[in-house]
Design a binder for this molecule. Structure first.
Ligand SMILES: Cc1cc2nc3c(=O)[nH]c(=O)nc-3n(C[C@H](O)[C@H](O)[C@H](O)COP(=O)(O)OP(=O)(O)OC[C@H]3O[C@@H](n4cnc5c(N)ncnc54)[C@H](O)[C@@H]3O)c2cc1C
Length: 304
C-alpha cells in the first residue's frame, strides 16, 4: 500500500493519533460508516499543515470531520486521509466578553464555559452535539438562533496548508449554511462575541431547551439530528409526517415515530439503508406536495 508510507510518516509526526482502516462508525453519531483508509487527529494548526502537505505529496484526498453528528459515511468507507478535529484540539479561553475555542471543542463545552463565565449567547445550542468547527460550517442553530451571529472571527487553514482568517461577514452565514460549504478551508479556531448575562437566567433557558428536545427527539437511538433542511416557510418533519411516512423502515434504518425528520439506527443500519430511506422520503414528499427536500446532513465516501 502506497498509503502505509503516509501512515508511518504521520505516526512519526503524531504518535498515537493516527489509525489505519479505522471504522467510521466509531466517529459518527449514526454509528454508520465503513473504514477510513487513514485517520489522524491533529493537535494544532501547524500539525494540520504538515499533514496536508504529506497527503498532497501522495495525491491523497482529505476529508475533515468533527464529531460526525451531521454526517452519513458510506458503507465502503472513505479513501485517503480523514482529518478528525476533535479532543486533541479543543482548548477554550476567555478574553473579556469573547470566547476563543479551538475547532475541536464541543459546542456543549463552549456553552457550559460561557454559562460559567456569565456570558449569554449560547443558550440556543443546548442539546446540539458536535464541535464548534462543525457547528460553524453548518451554521448550526435552534430556537430561532444560530451560531453565526456569535462569530467574530474564524481561523482556518487552506488545502495548501496556509493559515488565513475570515470575519463573520466573510463567512456568509445562511440557514444551515456558510461559505465553507462552497469553498475549501479547515477551521482551527473560532472567536465568539458574547454579552454579559446572569448565570441563573442562562441556566433556565438551557434547561427549557433541553427538556423540549428530550420530549420531541428520539435520543435513545443513534441518529444525526434533522436529515433534511426545512423548506422556506415550512417544516420538513411536518411534510414527512403528513405524507404518512413515520415509522417507515429500510433494513435497520427507520423514520422516527417521534420526529419525522429524524432517521434512527435501530441497531445494524447501513449507509445504504439510510440513503434508500432518504430517497423514498424525497420521492413521496415531492409527489405529494411538490416540495423538493434538500438534505441537511453531509455525505462522505459515496460515488457522486
Ligand atoms: C441528536 C442531534 C440533534 C441535533 N440538533 C441539531 C440542531 O438543533 N440544530 C442544528 O443545526 N444541528 C443539529 N444537529 C446536527 C449537528 O449536531 C450539527 O450540524 C453540528 O454542528 C455538526 O458538528 P460536527 O462536529 O458533528 O460536524 P461533522 O458532522 O463532523 O461535520 C459536518 C460538516 O462540517 C465539516 N467540518 C467539521 N469540522 C470542520 C472543521 N474544523 N473545518 C472545516 N470543516 C469541518 C465536515 O467536513 C462536514 O461537511 C443535531 C444532531 C444530532 C445527532
Amino acid at each position: 500500500l502506497a498509503e502505509s508510507g503516509l501512515f508511518r510518516e504521520l505516526n512519526r509526526l503524531m504518535p498515537g493519533r493516527v489509525r489505519q482502516n479505522e471504522p467510521m462508525s466509531r466517529h459518527t453519531t449514526w454509528r454508520i460508516g465503513g473504514p477510513a483508509e487513514i485517520m489522524a487527529e491533529p493537535c494544532d494548526g501547524e500539525e494540520l499543515s504538515l499533514m496536508l502537505a504529506m497527503a498532497k505529496k501522495e495525491a491523497l484526498p482529505c476529508l475533515v470531520i468533527g464529531a460526525g453528528s451531521n454526517l452519513l459515511v458510506s458503507d465502503a468507507g472513505v479513501r485517503g486521509l480523514v482529518i478528525k478535529i476533535g479532543k486533541a484540539m479543543a482548548g477554550i479561553t476567555l478574553r473579556g466578553n469573547e470566547i476563543i475555542g479551538a475547532a475541536g471543542a464541543k459546542l456543549a463545552a463552549v456553552a457550559t464555559f460561557a454559562r460559567e463565565a456569565e456570558l449569554g449567547g449560547f443558550e440556543f445550542s443546548a442539546g446540539i452535539p458536535g464541535t464548534i468547527g462543525g457547528a460553524v460550517v453548518m451554521n448550526a442553530g435552534a430556537n430561532g438562533d444560530s451560531i453565526g451571529i456569535l462569530v467574530k472571527e474564524v481561523a482556518l487553514i487552506d488545502p495548501e496548508g496556509n493559515p488565513f482568517s475570515k470575519t463573520r461577514q466573510e463567512m456568509e452565514f445562511g440557514y444551515r449554511s456558510s461559505v465553507l460549504q462552497r469553498m475549501p478551508g479547515i477551521i482551527t479556531q473560532v472567536t465568539f462575541s458574547c454579552h454579559g448575562r446572569e448565570k441563573p437566567l442562562i441556566q433556565d433557558d438551557m434547561a427549557d431547551y433541553l427538556a423540549r428536545r428530550k420530549a420531541t427527539q428520539p435520543l435513545g437511538y443513534p441518529n444525526a439530528g434533522s436529515v433534511f433542511k426545512n423548506p422556506p416557510g415550512d417544516s420538513a418533519g411536518r411534510l414527512i409526517d403528513e405524507a404518512g411516512l413515520k415509522g417507515l423502515r429500510e433494513g435497520d434504518a427507520q423514520i422516527s415515530t417521534l420526529h419525522a425528520n429524524f432517521i434512527i439506527n435501530l441497531g445494524q443500519a447501513t449507509a445504504d439503508d439510510v440513503a434508500a430511506l432518504m430517497a423514498k422520503i424525497r420521492m413521496v414528499v415531492y409527489d405529494r406536495f411538490g416540495v423538493e427536500l434538500i438534505p441537511e446532513i453531509h455525505m462522505a465516501g459515496f460515488e457522486d
